[in-house]
Design a protein around this ligand. Structure first.
Ligand SMILES: [Zn+2]
Length: 162
């Protein structure tokens, strides 16, 4: 085995180890609760006319812990939510799941960004964690709008115009 190959292997191994130690963003999404109702029931539950399905989210929560990172502090965020689907027909569940996945991905990206921030003191880290927790509902609302805008551009414009 040549020296350069050995160096490359050691480097690769280090990369793998460093990757494995990086804390993964924790987003816990429970199995959706599903309510099958008549069309009028969906419109009433969703608060919008002309829809066949919608998903609400309950138990939305972001908790942030702080942990030591080198000479400073780092956030260790955990998010969770439970989707509640209101459908006229069970076949709508797969479409609603696409929205849930959009939101899960957006939350995961956000948590990864939070984890990359460094704070000089524990107090700063805690204060930022509290701000993030307090703003989580508004952030989720933004992600829901973005998912609707991406998958139903006309419908999303209608909602904003309301
Ligand atoms: Zn949709």
């Amino acid at each position: 085995m040549t020296r350069s190959l050995l160096t490359a292997l050691i480097f690769l191994l280090c990369v793998v180890i460093v990757r494995a130690e990086e804390p993964a963003a924790e987003v816990s999404v429970r199995e959706p609760l599903i309510r099958l109702v008549r069309r009028a029931g969906v419109e009433e539950a969703c608060g919008v006319r002309g829809v066949a399905a919608c998903t609400a989210f309950v138990g939305q929560r972001l908790d942030c812990a702080c942990e030591r990172s080198g000479s400073g502090w780092q956030l260790r965020p955990r998010a969770q939510f439970i989707p509640v689907m209101v459908l006229t027909d069970a076949t709508w569940a797969s479409h609603e799941n696409e929205h849930v996945e959009d939101i899960r991905e957006a939350v995961t990206r956000h948590l990864v960004q939070l984890q990359q921030r460094q704070f000089d003191s524990l107090q700063e880290c805690k204060a930022e964690g509290e701000r993030e927790s307090a703003g989580f509902t508004a952030l989720m609302d933004r992600f829901k709008l973005e998912s609707n805008a991406a998958r139903h551009p006309r419908f999303a414009r209608m909602m904003v115009a309301k």
